[in-house]
Design a protein. Structure first.
Lengths: 380, 326
């Protein structure tokens, strides 16, 4: 390289150094914890209806989460992962993606899925132990909940590679938790995204805890956003409880990827106010005052304060919103509870496109057992 | 019609699939310019372009996950794992995602992908290059597991695997990649993915195997024929789903069976074959089913690999033991 001499600084002895990267990780935020605007808000936020829509969406999932936890506690739902405190993530995702984009969620993206058109009863069916909860009736091609941590990252680059191959202006948006960024799948996925300059956006939802392991003990990296830099593309932090800025930054990243400008990573700084799941007891590993501290910073309260200060939200609207969400949730819970189980033989019916003859006997065995079981008729 | 080796037949099938369907993409480590370490993808990037025949970074979990993601979007990814011992990082993606995405989403998202990998020893390769891991995949619901033992079957089965709407693990016996040549019509004709092949008729004993061991069984049958012993040789070819009927029909005729595979014996796929015969063919059996397999040891490095791999002498000995049982 002709400029080698200028770019390399020769150090002591035989060693030489060349500056290949210098980085800073920017933290984006426009609403402080009290809902004050720290800077001019993004243009879309001038539309107060838009902000009210984001607010209502967050209240909607908070209402569902509370009800779902109650259902679990009363034996009417299986293990459930509440998104309490992380509602801005789903609201921003639901807003920033186009219909033709593909979302690859973790298991905590309830609101994002709802806003993508997944029915509440489908979410409940999934956690209620029924695969039909992943057969989204309003099919946008989004991936279902991903339980094995971080494994969806490589799927996202595969989806993006397919868009790239077909020259389609579509984007894969992959959500992964802070814990997921420890996985090989995460590194392998972002590495390829950078190498092939794929239309994919990674949203790292850093809720500070990988079940019981705090963020500081998961990685020696100062930020998770900077992991993108090693993969050859940009990374940034956003206050993940500031739905306005998160939506803005996510939307910008998605549109850049859509224009062929390659991948991007956003680390959304938030906090899991809930237990990891209903099977977890977070009080075993984190102090109550830490949770209280973050409770003051949660996203729903923050946007409500902003809207209230502008005179764009009042007690009556709040009451109406809560009542509306409660009505919807109750109706969906009723629909979920009234959904009879699928026939047990369904476990064979979607295993392959056509059931291999070798499995016909097993299916028959199950069907005959089902036919003779008491109450089998209820399960049709 | 050209005479080709097994690995050349793989290449022909890949080229045919790439030519026939724009959704087919081929990728893996060194499959592009280099044509694959075994040359299975030789010349494909030149013919079909670098956006359809892609070199990936060196990451097998990624290769499998990438295939899952592509497959959900209607592509037909054919991914190569370079050596058999490197497939294990991909197992998470295969088991947790590829094999069950259709079922999880009730058919909304599907995984029409092929994961190709060499299998078995006998080529003086370094450590971790000579694994026989077919039973591991045959245990996984939602997968198909295919192992060809001839150029023609490699061609027809690979085309079938690529066209199949579900994930297929396609294991290629490296030991016979170039051992035999056979006329293969490059006509795009696929073979069924649920059929075993009776390669040689015989009335005295059934030799059941797959992959490279099939050739050893054929050689053993030839030796036995000189003594007037009729050995029927069956290539299972598609381990999952297993064509039990062909096996049971053969044993109904011969009454005796020796199962031959290179993989370790305990919980090897031979155990499944033996169980099928015990469950549905016991009345036909005149002698206990015998297994000639790799030992329950780690595959030795190459100085001793021939001692591990079942050979013709061990197969013939097992046949004699079976015939002596009365």
């Amino acid at each position: 390289m002709s400029d080698r001499g200028q770019r390399e600084g020769v150090g002591d002895g035989a060693s030489a150094s060349r500056e290949v990267a210098r980085f800073e990780v920017r933290l984006w935020r426009c609403l402080d914890v009290d809902g004050n605007a720290l800077a001019p808000l993004p243009a879309f936020a001038g539309d107060l209806d838009h902000l009210r829509r984001l607010y209502r969406a967050m209240v909607r999932v908070r209402t569902l989460d509370a009800r779902a936890v109650a259902l679990q506690r009363t034996g009417q739902l299986g293990t459930y992962a509440s998104s309490l405190g992380q509602e801005a993530v789903g609201a921003a995702l639901g807003d920033a993606l186009s219909a033709a984009d593909v979302l690859l969620p973790t298991y905590r993206e309830t609101l994002a899925l709802l806003l993508r058109g997944v029915a509440m009863r489908e979410i409940l069916l999934y956690w209620g132990g029924d695969e039909r909860g992943m057969d989204f009736a309003a099919d946008r091609g989004d991936f279902p909940h991903c339980i094995p941590i971080g494994t969806q990252v490589t799927h996202a680059v595969g989806v993006a590679a397919a868009f790239h191959y077909r020259r389609e202006p579509r984007v894969a948006v992959c959500v992964v938790g802070d814990g997921g960024t420890s996985r090989g799948d995460f590194y392998e996925g972002i590495n390829l995204a950078g190498a092939w300059s794929l239309p994919v956006v990674f949203l790292v939802v850093n809720n500070q805890w990988a079940i019981s392991v705090p963020r500081a003990r998961q990685s020696g990296a100062e930020t998770l956003a900077q992991k993108a830099l090693a993969a050859g593309f940009g990374g940034e932090q956003v206050d993940g409880n500031d739905v306005v800025m998160l939506r803005e930054r996510l939307s910008l990243a998605v549109e850049r990827a859509r224009r062929g400008e390659g991948p991007h990573l956003i680390e959304a700084l938030t906090y899991r106010l809930a237990d990891h799941t209903t099977a977890d007891d977070a009080s075993r590993y984190r102090p109550g005052d830490e949770v209280e501290h973050h409770r003051q910073r949660e996203p729903v309260l923050r946007l409500r304060r902003y809207l209230t200060r502008l005179g764009a939200w009042d007690e009556a609207q709040e009451a109406e919103c809560l009542a509306h969400c409660a009505r919807e949730v109750e109706a969906e819970v009723a629909a979920y509870l009234a959904t009879p189980p699928a026939p047990a033989t369904a476990m064979f019916d979607h295993l392959y496109e056509a059931l291999p003859a070798a499995l016909a006997g097993q299916r028959r065995e199950l069907a005959e057992k089902g036919a003779s079981a008491p109450g089998a008729g209820d399960h049709g | 019609m050209a005479e080709v080796t097994l690995v050349e037949a793989i290449n022909l099938a890949l080229a045919h699939a790439l030519g026939a369907d724009p959704n087919v993409v081929v990728f893996g480590e060194d499959v592009g310019v280099n044509g694959g370490v075994f040359r299975a993808t030789e010349g494909l990037q030149r013919r079909f372009g670098a956006d359809r025949v892609l070199d990936t970074p060196l990451a097998e979990g990624l290769i499998a996950g990438l295939a899952v993601g592509m497959a959900t979007q209607g592509l037909r990814p054919v991914a190569e794992i370079q050596f058999s011992g490197f497939i294990y990082p991909a197992v998470d993606q295969i088991v947790n995602h590829a094999a069950r995405l259709r079922n999880r989403t009730r058919g909304r998202l599907t995984c029409p992908m092929v994961l190709r990998a060499p299998c078995g020893g006998g080529i003086h390769a370094p450590e971790h290059h000579s694994e026989s891991n077919e039973a591991l995949f045959a245990h996984v619901p939602g997968l198909r597991v295919v192992i060809p033992s001839s150029p023609a079957r490699a061609y027809g089965l690979l085309l079938a695997a690529i066209r199949d709407p579900d994930p297929v693990i396609f294991l290629e016996p490296a030991r016979i990649y170039r051992l035999i040549r056979q006329e293969v019509a490059d006509d795009g004709a696929a073979l069924p993915l649920d059929a075993a092949y009776v390669l040689r008729d015989g009335g005295d004993i059934s030799l059941v195997s797959w992959g490279a061991a099939v050739l050893d069984c054929l050689a053993a049958a030839e030796l036995l024929a000189a003594e007037g012993i009729g050995a029927e040789v069956i290539d299972v070819a598609t381990l999952k789903p297993l064509d039990s009927a062909t096996l049971l029909d053969s044993v109904a005729k011969t009454g005796r069976c020796v199962i031959v595979h290179e993989a370790a014996r305990t919980a090897g796929f031979g155990a499944e074959v033996a169980a099928v015969l015990a469950e549905a063919g016991l009345a036909s059996l005149l002698a206990p089913v015998r297994r000639v397999t790799g030992y329950d040891t780690v595959m030795p490095l190459y100085r001793n690999e021939q001692a591990y791999i079942p050979d013709v002498a061990r197969i013939v000995a097992a046949v004699r033991e079976s015939l002596q049982f009365s």
